[in-house]
Design a protein around this ligand. Structure first.
Ligand code: 0PR
Length: 366
């Protein structure tokens, strides 16, 4: 095939699938990346972040991203790296936990946690105890307190659950986690909570938080793949250091080769938007979430819990049939069997106009 044929073929295939700009993608946690990020990716597409002796500037860009997160999380000592996403970040967090507390095996995990935690436990031979949720779908804090014992290695909380966008009570959990590893999976909420002007808190001033997962490729709006694992300081990463015989440097990442393109694209996105840019985007998404809630109330569709972030679960009657009919109309929407609800993520591409169209279609279907 020649170049033209290849590009035409791929263009046609891409166009057959949905795009964020046609607006019907309501369940995805990703969105269309910025042009500047795509350009940044191209410039660094031939680089490998593992080869820091060759690509010193990739290391520098990554360091600047981590420093930026340090500002976001109010801790200059923040250390970490860019992963392939939330799954890798969660695995790495629990891997470090295991190194820090050898001999302990139990991890306490809310039932609402992302399935990557279970995979991490499986890989690391840890024993998960699932914690029940309260009526707001947050972890039952008294149950958590009762279950902590000498074998407890780590506690996991989620800041923006995958199904409902619920934020576990991080501040209260923080108080219970002295001498226990405390990991917060803020894969989704990490780029939302710091920009809300309310009482939700997510930063290292909560003194027992050891690590936080935040994904630039979700509400950070960076292209996939880009996740981040962020630790309180450098000492955590030292637990993972290894010196392969043939490499002139030490490495601590779980993946070997890593895309320098992803790092450049993430750097471009955070620098283009800046803290103020993210604040404006989050404000708009929250405004649209509220608008959607109000429109849903008008057609008497139940909302599972009042959304704290730009994610919500809805429970129309005859949910499964409604879901199928919406899908037939081209709406991408996911059904969560645990909370028995349909998930809507109000990403930046889900505009007020799209919300009106969606609610009109939903009303018709009902
Ligand atoms: N932690 C949380 C809280 C998550 O929601 C996710 C992703 C992860 C970790 C894992 O992140 P990676 O996928 O980057 O490894 N969960 C997404 C979600 O449940 C996955 C997804 C993506 C689901 C697109 C649907 C979809 O359309 O929202």
């Amino acid at each position: 095939m020649d170049e033209r044929e290849i590009i035409d073929k791929l263009r046609q295939m891409r166009d057959e699938d949905q795009s964020y700009t046609d607006g019907k993608i309501l369940s995805s946690v990703s969105t269309k990346p910025l042009d500047v990020a795509i350009e940044a990716y191209k410039i660094f597409s031939d680089t490998n972040a593992l080869d820091i002796h060759v690509f010193k500037n990739v290391e520098r860009l990554e360091k600047e991203i981590i420093e930026w997160f340090g500002k976001l999380l109010k801790n200059k000592k923040t250390a970490g790296y860019i992963t392939t996403g939330g799954t890798e970040a969660n695995i790495v967090a629990l891997w470090v936990a295991k190194k820090l507390y050898p001999g302990r095996r139990k991890i306490l995990v809310p039932q609402s946690a992302h399935y990557s935690i279970q995979r991490a436990a499986d890989l690391l031979d840890l024993r998960i105890e699932y914690l029940p949720l309260d009526r707001n779908f947050k972890v039952d804090i008294s149950e958590l307190e009762n279950r902590i014992d000498k074998d407890t290695l780590a506690v996991v909380a989620t800041a923006g659950t995958s199904a409902l966008g619920v934020v576990d009570p991080i501040g209260e959990i923080n108080k219970l986690c002295r001498n226990i590893f405390f990991h917060v999976d803020a894969a989704f909420g990490g780029f939302v909570i710091p920009f809300l002007n309310n009482k939700l808190r997510l930063d290292f001033t909560l003194e027992n938080i050891d690590s936080i997962t935040i994904d630039p490729h979700k509400m950070g709006l960076a292209p996939i793949p880009s996740g981040a694992i962020l630790f309180r300081d450098e000492s955590y990463l030292n637990e993972l250091k290894t010196s392969p015989d043939y490499l002139p440097f030490q490495t601590f990442t779980l993946s070997g080769s890593r895309s320098g393109g992803s790092i450049a694209a993430t750097w471009a996105t955070i620098n283009y938007l800046g803290m103020d840019g993210y604040r404006k985007i989050v404000e708009k998404c929250m405004e649209n979430t509220e608008f959607l809630c109000n429109e849903l109330k008008k057609i008497k569709v139940d909302i599972v819990v009042e959304p704290e972030l730009n994610v919500m679960g809805i429970r129309p009657q005859n949910m499964e049939n409604v879901w199928k009919a919406l899908r037939d109309m081209g709406w991408d929407i996911l059904m969560d069997t645990q909370s028995k609800s349909l998930r809507i993520v109000v990403m930046p591409h889900v505009t007020e106009k799209i919300i009106r169209e969606f609610v009109r279609d939903l009303g018709e279907v009902i």
